[in-house]
Design a protein around this ligand. Sequence first.
Ligand SMILES: NC(=O)c1ccc[n+]([C@@H]2O[C@H](COP(=O)([O-])OP(=O)(O)OC[C@H]3O[C@@H](n4cnc5c(N)ncnc54)[C@H](O)[C@@H]3O)[C@@H](O)[C@H]2O)c1
Ligand SMILES: [Zn+2]
Length: 347
Amino acid sequence: MKQLSLTGAAGQSDILIGRGLLDEAAARCAEVFSPSRVHIVTDSTVAPLYLDRLAAQFDLPVSTTVIPAGEAHKRLSTVETIYHDLLAAGMTRKDLILALGGGVTGDITGFAAATFLRGVALCQIPTTLLAQVDSSVGGKTGVDLPEGKNLVGAFYQPRLVLIDPCVLDTLPDATFTDGMAEVVKYGYIANADILDMISRPDYRDTIEDVIYECVKIKRDVVAVDEHDTGLRMILNFGHTIGHAAEKLAHFTELTHGQGVAIGMVAAMRLSNALGAPTDLVPGLVGLLQKLGLPTELPYDREAIFSALLSDKKKFGGTVNFILVREPGKAEITPIAADTLHPLILKL
Ligand SMILES: NC(=O)c1ccc[n+]([C@@H]2O[C@H](COP(=O)([O-])OP(=O)(O)OC[C@H]3O[C@@H](n4cnc5c(N)ncnc54)[C@H](O)[C@@H]3O)[C@@H](O)[C@H]2O)c1
Ligand SMILES: [Zn+2]
């Protein structure tokens, strides 16, 4: 088992990574929490797979909320359901909430934990690759509004994150592949060794090490910029154009990972156009294709440009891009809209 910790404004967050951790969850929780009862939130896909295995470990009263799976349920009404279940179970501020699931479950449950009685202790048990390498670490929680994604939320660090790579065995291949886009992102922005690790045909056998390296990067970035005012933007490599593409796809025809994959290739082309010393595009495209991710923007370039400018990352006529000059080294580069327009048309 590997361990990382993150010291944030509100205290320490321990992140444990190891095979079999799901079956040790209650014992691991007992090392850092002393609740009188626990409440587990999970979704309708994860519940039949892992809920009983988790709940049965506790010698305490356990209550549960099973939310319908899917991004469409990452909304305030779901949080309200959780609040009612927490009250019905008699949960107090001294108790513990566990989030068992992917990023949707983690974001919703984190927000409920941050706000219920103004804050109840939280343990994240992420079950998708994306949640293991990204969303469960760093303390961003929240829900969507009809107007857009993640518009309501809070920064709230889980005291404990338990990452068990064994649960990835039940993930549909497409969902696993989607998470790999974030893994590639970490490789390019901060640690080129990750790219070597995932270039091997049997990389899934060492996925625990890959997850550890990714989480370490996220931990380091969040430790410097917990509240997302500067460096944390580096984690947006591929996300600026990726998000524009997802928007044009109405968040249905492209998954998040596919958007990020396409966005990374586009950002790498921009890096080239702005004078990167070596052309990193062929290497990136080759890796993404091997992993089963798309690489080309399927949308009109003018439409991409308009979507970019309406994106929340736009600030005073400039768009912040994360450019990569060599694998493992990224920089945040503001590009003025006028400069950007011809570059986007050439993508
Ligand atoms: N908080 C953050 O910092 C942060 C960062 C990145 C993304 N996010 C959020 O994360 C969400 C996406 O997360 P996601 O991709 O994990 O989506 P998700 O939670 O919807 O999970 C994807 C699907 O996989 C199923 N699933 C989960 N674990 C499984 C398992 N072990 N076996 C079989 N099926 C399983 C889920 O039920 C769901 O149907 C988005 O809402 C995004 O905004 C948050
Ligand atoms: Zn992402």
